[in-house]
Design a protein around this ligand. Structure first.
Ligand SMILES: [Zn+2]
Length: 73
């Protein structure tokens, strides 16, 4: 693959767009959607309440899982 970016190639544009997409997807840290919920014990980011419940059951079985309402803010 040529490294010089003087000639705009359609295929290259698509590749860059995909790369940017991939980059954004691999960075959950700054993603607001992912940070909407998190474990109150270890602060691990959760995508939804079912995820939280499952996480509590496997990681913090002695802790009480907070209600779904407590996350809906
Ligand atoms: Zn946790």
């Amino acid at each position: 693959m040529p490294t010089a970016g003087k000639r705009p190639v359609r295929g290259q544009e698509m590749t860059e767009a995909r790369a940017a997409d991939k980059k954004a997807g691999s960075k959950p840290k700054g993603d607001v959607r992912v940070g909407a919920m998190k474990c109150n014990v270890c602060l691990a980011p959760m995508t939804n309440y079912a995820n939280v419940k499952q996480h509590y059951e496997s990681k913090h079985p002695k802790e009480t899982c907070p209600t779904e309402e407590s996350f809906a803010k």
